[in-house]
Design a protein around this ligand. Structure first.
Ligand code: IMP
Ligand code: MG
Length: 179
């Protein structure tokens, strides 16, 4: 069983608030770069919430892998799919599902700055504090959660559960039913 942590309605409300906050100091020429796969659902909702507050970013995607199929962060990260747009001189809003150790986002942010991005802001749906190994902070966070393993709304366990319209807690008893 997966316990609901944040309902679809709660997520919708929070994303609308986030869009309003982001719109306040939105800079023209911003490109939104979503980290796949985990952020695709959050990104899809966020861009449509941004539309309602008059913000129209360009959008690109990047796939970095750190987790593999398990639940432990491996520590080494590879670029599996790169963006196709250029970021030089541009404002970037980097979007991810969850900020945990910070390895994924730190690498992505550093890479984009090395490529000449003028500024890289970070937006995440979830943040798990206390697990950070890299010095990186999100500029905007949907929800701060405790140290539980969550799935749904794009977040996976072994590439399952991404379709859940809510964010739920996967309990240990469920791990075996998948693998
Ligand atoms: P970090 O690089 O350690 O910050 O981990 C970020 C990535 O780990 C996220 O993009 C997720 O794919 C994955 N991750 C971390 N915590 C969870 C979780 O509770 N559920 C599902 N995926 C997670
Ligand atoms: Mg993942």
């Amino acid at each position: 069983m997966i316990d609901v942590l944040y309902s679809k309605e709660a997520i919708d409300r929070r994303i609308q608030e986030m869009a309003q906050e982001l719109a306040k100091d939105w800079k023209d020429n911003t490109i939104l770069i979503a980290l796949l796969k985990g952020s695709f659902v959050f990104t899809a909702d966020l861009i449509r919430a941004l539309y309602t507050v008059g913000v129209s970013p360009q959008i690109d995607f990047m796939t970095l892998s750190s987790y593999g199929e398990g639940m432990e962060s491996s520590g080494s990260i590879v670029i599996q799919k790169d963006i196709t747009d250029t970021v030089s001189g541009r404002q970037v809003l980097l979007v991810d599902d969850i900020l945990e150790s910070g390895r994924t986002l730190a690498l992505a942010k550093q890479l984009l700055l090395e490529r000449g991005a003028a500024q890289v802001k970070v937006a995440v749906m979830l943040e798990k504090p206390g697990k950070r190994v890299m010095d990186i902070q999100a500029d905007i966070v949907g929800f701060v959660i405790s140290d539980v393993f969550v799935v749904g709304f794009g977040l996976d366990y072994a590439n399952y559960y991404r379709e859940l319209p809510f964010i739920g807690v996967l309990k240990e008893a469920d791990y075996d039913t998948i693998t």
